[in-house]
Design a protein around this ligand. Structure first.
Ligand code: GLV
Ligand code: MN
Ligand code: MN
Ligand code: MN
Length: 436
């Protein structure tokens, strides 16, 4: 096969994107009729629709399809010779208020590769495949890259199965896998479904490519991150009749802890963010006695994330005890002591991808764009399933520009030309690796 001669079909790719995004459109709160927003939460009915489409489509393209015990779907197209498949992989699930590109673009580009190979009756040396990883977002069941993590052996199966949906629902990952018919029979393990390599096309989700008018990011790795759940316990009391010195206001303390986490992370050139916050009892005239919030801390080096975690644990305890460290309690607010407890929900270490895969992506990107200045090296700020795939096979990623650098937002946008360019680089990277 002359790999440079094969071309993906941009119109077909974009038609498929908008067709598959009919599953989960505009379901978010407050959405209007023209909303481009997506809510295709992991293992929901709309995720099932997208999965069923993926299984049917790849089967009709001549793939053998296997589903593992985490609902990961592996579609494999035979090659001239038997052996491990080189995969294109990503995820079909979205954020509760996400866009049309995060995740599904990588899957559809893989499907477009299969269609292009079929159009040309092209044979690869070894099998090539497309994999859909379950619950990459960690939005519904709160561990990101959850099922590639189980496949890699880094997240215990039982931990994943027992995850309960965010927001107080009773469904677990296991019960939802069963309900939608994707509790597969083969073990979720790299030992059962080993891969020759894993490539992932994804939108950048940041501003760099757009700012430099560049087209393709050659991704060398992913920064480290940890997710925590922080509980702040004080005492419920009347808002009108409780003097300041007799309050243990969990919300006021939580506000200060969150501000402090942000300041401390910034000092380390890291980022800390709170995306979920709930308080009880939730009444205008009751001082909240309990607050729970998430903390997501990210930095290029594991040691930075560890240092921030240690500092925050120390400082949160001091602030809860009423010590006015760094003037953060601003002296004027006396309070009864409160308690802060932590739970670590997820740990994703800093990851470096494989030189052979990085080289395959760079060579493909330069060949496809025909202009080295349109290609840049980068590190991913967001987590991706390729992090876990890379523990057990050579792997790397391809980024395409995100308009205004925005993602996890209905405004997420990447032009059809850029989507197709990324798909072309993905296909060439897979074929290049296959013939390496
Ligand atoms: C995972 O996708 C993350 O970056 O949160
Ligand atoms: Mn994604
Ligand atoms: Mn995402
Ligand atoms: Mn992600």
């Amino acid at each position: 096969t002359d790999i440079t001669a094969l071309k993906v079909n941009q119109d077909r790719l974009m038609e498929t994107l908008h067709q598959t995004c009919s599953w989960g459109t505009g379901k978010r709160w407050g959405s209007g009729p023209n909303d481009t927003g997506m809510s295709r939460l992991a293992l929901s009915d709309t995720d099932k629709q997208a999965r069923d489409w993926f299984v049917e489509t790849t089967s009709s393209l001549g793939c053998h399809v296997k589903v593992d015990a985490m609902g990961n779907i592996f579609a494999v197209r035979p090659g001239r010779r038997e052996g491990l498949a080189t995969f294109a992989g990503s995820h079909l699930d979205t954020q509760p208020s996400g866009g049309r590109y995060d995740g599904i673009l990588g899957i559809l580009a893989g499907v477009e590769m299969l269609k292009t190979l079929k159009d040309h009756q092209a044979e690869t040396e070894f099998p090539v495949g497309v994999v859909n990883w379950t619950n990459e977002e960690g939005a519904r069941f709160p561990i990101s890259m959850c099922s590639s993590g189980v496949w890699a052996g880094d997240i215990p199966l039982e931990t994943a199965y027992n995850l309960r949906e965010v927001g107080g629902g009773t469904a677990t990952m296991r019960s939802e896998l069963e309900r939608i018919g994707y509790l597969g029979s083969i073990p979720a393990s790299h030992k059962s479904t080993p891969m020759a390599a894993h490539f992932e096309l994804h939108i950048e989700q940041g501003p760099l490519l757009e700012a430099e008018k560049q087209k393709i990011g050659v991704v060398h790795g992913v920064q480290a991150y940890r997710w925590f759940m922080v509980d702040v316990s004080g005492r419920d009391a009347h808002t009108g009749s409780t003097p300041l010195g007799k309050r243990a206001d969990a919300m006021l303390l939580a506000a200060r802890l969150i501000t402090h986490s942000h300041r401390l992370a910034t000092k380390h050139s890291a980022v800390a963010s709170t995306g979920i916050l709930s308080l009880t009892p939730g009444s205008t005239n009751t001082i909240p006695g309990h607050v729970r919030f998430t903390l997501d801390v990210r930095a290029p080096a594991d040691s930075t994330v560890e240092a921030i975690e240690a500092d925050l644990k120390r400082d949160f305890a001091a602030l809860a005890a009423g010590e006015n460290i760094q003037g953060l309690l601003d002296g004027a607010t006396p309070s009864l002591p409160l308690e802060v407890s932590w739970r670590t929900d997820s740990v994703s270490p800093a990851t470096l991808f494989h030189p052979d895969c990085i080289a395959a992506v760079r060579a493909s990107a330069e060949a496809v764009t025909g202009d080295k200045s349109l290609v840049r090296d980068m590190t991913s700020g967001a987590g991706h399933d390729t992090v876990y795939a890379s523990r057990h096979c050579p792997a790397s990623m391809i980024f395409v520009p995100s308009k205004n650098g925005v993602s996890h937002n209905p405004e997420e946008y990447t032009s059809p030309e850029d989507c197709a360019l990324g798909a072309q680089v993905l296909m060439q990277s897979v074929l290049r690796f296959d013939s390496m």
